[in-house]
Design a binder for this molecule. Structure first.
Ligand SMILES: [Zn+2]
Length: 211
C-alpha cells in the first residue's frame, strides 16, 4: 500500500509516519528530508526562506527514492504533493512505482489547536524530550522532568510563522485535497487527538485493504 499524507501544519504527520513505518515496515519518505539532503547552497536558501523549490528537482529526488526496491511493497510519503503544479508528478510516479493501492490520508487539525501545539512547545536540548505548555506540561515550568535541564522555546515556534504556514495550506493544499476527493481515495483523520488515537483511526482504514 502507498500512503500519502497531506496535512495541516502541526497535525503530527511526522510522528504518525514513523509509527506506521515501525508497524508495517513501509519506508517513510519525506520530501523535506530529501530536499535537506541536497548539497546545494541555493536549495538550502530556498528551504530556509520557505521559498518554492523547483518541481524538476523534487521529481528527480522522489523518483530516485521511490523507485528503490524497498518501496516495491509500498511507501509512506509525506510533504508532497503540496500544490496543483505537483499533481502530474505525483500521478506519474504512482503509476510507475509499484502496483499497490494508493490512498491519501488527510490529517485535519483546527488552527487554534495547531497554534497551541507550536507556541506551547518547549524542548530540552540536553535529552531531546519535548513538552507542551498546554497539553503536556513539565512538572516544574521551564524545567525538563527527565534530566532537570532548562527547556527552550525555539524562536521559529511562533504564532506568525504557524499562521503563515496554515494560510498557505488553506490556499494551496486544499485544492490538492479537493482534486483527490474527486478520485475517491481520500480519508480524513482527526489529527488533533493523541498520536495513539490518531494512529488507531488510521489502522482501521488500512485494515480495510488487503495490500
Ligand atoms: Zn531533558
Amino acid at each position: 500500500m502507498n500512503i500519502t499524507f497531506i496535512s495541516a501544519p502541526a497535525a503530527g504527520k511526522g510522528l504518525i509516519s514513523s509509527m506506521l513505518n515501525e508497524k508495517y515496515g513501509f519506508p517513510h519518505v519525506s520530501i523535506g528530508d530529501l530536499l535537506r539532503s541536497v548539497d546545494d547552497e541555493n536549495v538550502r536558501k530556498q528551504l530556509e526562506n520557505g521559498e518554492f523549490v523547483d518541481n524538476n528537482l523534487i521529481a528527480k529526488l522522489l523518483k530516485e527514492r521511490l523507485y528503490r526496491p524497498d518501496c516495491k511493497e509500498g511507501f509512506i510519503l509525506d510533504g508532497f504533493p503540496r500544490n496543483m503544479s505537483q499533481i502530474s508528478i505525483y500521478e506519474d510516479i504512482c503509476e510507475h512505482v509499484n502496483d499497490k493501492k494508493n490512498i491519501i490520508i488527510v490529517l485535519d487539525i483546527p488552527r487554534e489547536i495547531g497554534e497551541k501545539r507550536i507556541t506551547g512547545r518547549r524542548v530540552c536540548l540536553n535529552c531531546g524530550y519535548v513538552f507542551n505548555e498546554y497539553f503536556d506540561k513539565p512538572k516544574v515550568s521551564g524545567i525538563c522532568d527527565h534530566c532537570g535541564h532548562e527547556l527552550i522555546h525555539r524562536s521559529d515556534d511562533n504564532i506568525d510563522t504557524y499562521d503563515r504556514r496554515y494560510d498557505t495550506y488553506l490556499k494551496e493544499t486544499k485544492q490538492v485535497i479537493d482534486y483527490f476527493e474527486t478520485k475517491g481515495n481520500v480519508y480524513h483523520v482527526d489529527g488533533s487527538k493523541s498520536s495513539d488515537d490518531t494512529f488507531s483511526d488510521i489502522e482501521k482504514i488500512i485494515g480495510g485493504y488487503d495490500d
